[in-house]
Write a protein that binds this ligand. Structure first.
Ligand SMILES: Cc1ncc(COP(=O)(O)OP(=O)(O)O)c(N)n1
Ligand SMILES: Cc1nc(C(=O)O)sc1CCOP(=O)(O)O
Ligand SMILES: [Mg+2]
Length: 503
């Protein structure tokens, strides 16, 4: 008998200590790995006798068994990512620095470290020597996630602004720092501050006031490590980590007499749990209102000339886009003017790609803009003119930025490899499409990139409202026939997928 071959689960390690109370440490890390679809392995540095109120005692393992765990796992279960947590022993931390220096480059795993220098129950694990060892670890880390007291200990500049302290850790070798703002008692929101060589931004969420908060740092760093192991870029891993933590906190439960635990659940898809991004090109909340799409998007052909519009408009596309990349300014203007006139004649919804001034001037139904285009466009003018706005996205970070602008639809790309355009990002694939579409339940979505008749049903089943295609129509020997087939199949798959969801 043949069994279906499942995709292998990425392997993630936690190098940390046991929390006998089950809410933090190795125990919380393994729950997080499992809930987010990874296989967890553990390298135990110490055993703590701990309950919900106190850490009563801590005993580190011997260096021999510490190294034996690392080496035996590396031989058989090499990690895609490693999370480092509490290592309350100078000798073990020194061993770890040497071990990572020897193996990290060759095995190319990500290392995310939560420098647990004190427990939430008030126990201080930090000695001068331990802090100095953490400083030696910095150049081996892809990300370090200190809270504010830990950041102060590691930077040695407790009175400097958070961003300056975080910058100091990057100058000492950490590839990136997420300074967690939860210990700032004055705010109803929590803002974490991210700094790397190439970027800095903030992630803000409402503070969840709860006594069930034991292990938050462990869970956040573990969730970030998992998202890295699944291949998400670090920016997106931070977003997934924050959303997972917020969801787990919102559903936390009491245990003993002290702090309760977080509820481990599943991949976060509820927009409520996702952070707001602050940084260049972002606004925290929609300040503009773009007109809505009025009717579902459906099959969405993208063409590069008025000639193509003349061929397809009589076939009544649900929505269509004119995407011109070549020609002089006056040629482009002429094409846009004719295209809008044609779309009015057929009473069909036409989006103009990139050329938002011309779209406003000639009164198109909408404008489609990419992330780069957004930096140059006058969004208030587009909204004031009553045009719809579609925005391209290729990651969680871009998706949150787009959502915060309140557009009429969000494009999710590129799902599969495409020959039509050079893409700087990797294909997203269907699993990510499911997550992105679920995060946009209240706003129409369009999948784009490498979609053809064979892939249409799988894409529709991911829950998108529309599917945008270029070559599946324009590169076919009979484009009109291809369009009609795609449109009909789209409708049929949509009905079937709705039926399947309701069954
Ligand atoms: C529906 C839809 N999705 C994505 C794009 C791509 O827009 P952008 O990222 O601005 O890239 P260019 O199309 O300008 O090359 C799109 N046009 N339409
Ligand atoms: C124009 C464009 N934008 C993309 C994005 O992901 O933003 S993918 C893409 C090309 C889509 O062409 P085809 O259907 O031939 O693969
Ligand atoms: Mg563009």
């Amino acid at each position: 008998m043949h069994r279906p071959v499942a995709d292998p689960k990425p392997v993630v390690w936690t190098i940390a200590s046991s929390d006998s109370g089950g809410g933090a440490g190795i125990q919380a890390d393994l729950h997080t790995f499992n809930a987010l679809g990874c296989h967890g392995c553990s390298v135990i540095a110490a055993i703590t006798a701990q309950n919900s109120t106190d850490v009563l005692s801590t005993e580190a393992v011997s260096p021999a068994i510490f190294i034996a765990q690392l080496n035996c796992l590396l031989n058989d279960l090499p990690p895609k990512a490693i999370k480092i947590g509490l290592i309350p022993d100078v000798q073990l931390l020194q061993q770890l620095v040497l071990w990572l220096a020897e193996h990290k480059a060759k095995h190319r795993f990500s290392v995310i470290a939560d420098p647990v220098l004190s427990s939430s129950t008030g126990v201080n694990f930090a000695s001068e020597q331990l802090i100095s060892n953490w400083q030696q670890l910095l150049p081996l880390l892809d990300l370090i996630t200190p809270n504010l007291p830990e950041l102060a200990l590691l930077s040695g500049m407790p009175d400097a602004p958070v961003a300056s302290q975080a910058l100091l850790l990057t100058q000492a070798g950490a590839a990136a720092v997420l300074a967690k703002g939860g210990h700032n008692p004055d705010s109803t929101d929590i803002t974490d501050c991210y700094i790397s060589d190439s970027a800095s931004f903030g992630l803000t969420q409402p503070r969840i006031t709860t006594a069930n908060n034991h292990g938050t740092g462990c869970v956040l760093s573990s969730a970030i490590a998992v998202a890295c192991a699944h291949g998400y870029p670090l920016h997106d891993a931070l977003i997934v980590g924050r959303a997972y933590l917020q969801q787990a906190l919102a559903q936390g439960y009491p245990t003993g007499k002290g702090a309760g635990c977080l509820q481990h659940h599943s991949w976060p898809i509820d927009y409520r749990y996702f952070p707001k991004l602050h940084g260049p090109g972002t606004i925290p909340e929609p300040l503009l209102r773009f007109a809505s799409m009025a009717a579902p998007i459906g099959l969405y052909p993208i063409v590069d000339s008025v000639q193509w519009l003349k061929r397809l408009l009589p076939l009544e596309p649900d929505v269509i886009q004119l995407r011109i990349k070549l020609g002089s300014a006056s040629e482009i203007e002429q094409q846009v003017a004719q295209a809008v006139q044609l779309s009015n004649d057929y009473k069909l919804r036409l989006f103009i790609n990139d050329h938002w001034q011309l779209a406003i001037k000639y009164g198109a139904y909408g404008v489609h803009l990419g992330q780069q285009d957004l930096n140059e466009a006058d969004l208030p003018a587009i909204a004031a003119a009553g045009l719809r706005l579609g925005i391209s996205t290729h990651s969680y970070a871009e998706l949150l930025r787009a959502r915060q602008l309140g557009p009429s639809y969000i494009a999710l790309g590129h799902i599969f490899a495409t020959q039509t355009k050079q893409m700087p990002s990797r294909p997203q694939g269907l699993q990510r499409l499911v997550h992105y579409a679920a995060l946009c339940r209240d706003i129409p979505t369009v999948a784009i990139g490498g979609i053809d008749m064979l892939r249409l049903q799988a894409v529709v089943n991911c829950g998108v409202d529309g599917v945008a295609v270029v070559s599946a129509i324009t590169a076919q020997t009979d484009p009109e026939h291809a369009f009609v087939q795609l449109k009909n199949q789209f409708q049929q798959y949509k009905v079937e997928s709705r039926y399947a969801h309701n069954a």
